[in-house]
Design a protein around this ligand. Structure first.
Ligand SMILES: [Zn+2]
Length: 158
């Protein structure tokens, strides 16, 4: 059986249909340009002013930010950030960020959040100490064990 072929609208070469990417909205279900031309066109588009503007719009959109956040949280993204932070440029950027209003605010908020979390967890343990005053060495040991157990629970909860 002869494989269906199609004329590429870009390079004008007739190629087998499977060398064209799919496009469900087109009549024959394929892109008008062959794969090779398509990648060249996409690369050229990304380099053009129009393409760059579109990339910038995407990066600054909620969708783009969400993608960045996902990437930065991934193993690959975290490794990349670490590598960057070790470079001279990365070190300078970190210093600039720490000195900026945004960086100082983040630091304050981080401190407040850690303090609130610690405050929420620690009294549970300290209260127990205050409420149950152990008299004997054995009681103390049991209480320490119980405290350790609760600490572990707290860690698992949080
Ligand atoms: Zn082509």
């Amino acid at each position: 059986m002869l494989k269906p072929r199609k004329l590429c609208g870009s390079c004008g070469v007739e190629k087998p249909l499977d060398l064209f990417y799919r496009k469900s909205s087109s009549k024959d279900g394929r892109q008008p340009h062959c794969r090779q031309c398509q990648s060249t066109r996409i690369a050229a588009h990304h380099k053009s002013d129009k393409g760059r503007a579109a990339q910038k719009r995407y990066r600054e959109s909620p969708k783009g930010h969400a993608r960045d956040a996902r990437y930065n949280n991934s193993e690959k993204g975290r490794a990349r950030i670490k590598r960057y932070q070790r470079t001279e440029k990365g070190k300078r950027a970190q210093k600039r960020y720490a000195a900026s209003e945004k960086g100082r605010k983040a630091q304050r908020l981080g401190g407040v959040r850690r303090y609130a979390e610690a405050k929420e967890k620690v009294p549970k343990i300290l209260d127990l100490y205050r409420l149950e005053e152990p008299e004997t060495h054995r009681e103390k040991q049991l209480l320490m064990k119980e405290l350790e157990r609760r600490k572990r629970e707290v860690r698992h909860d949080g």
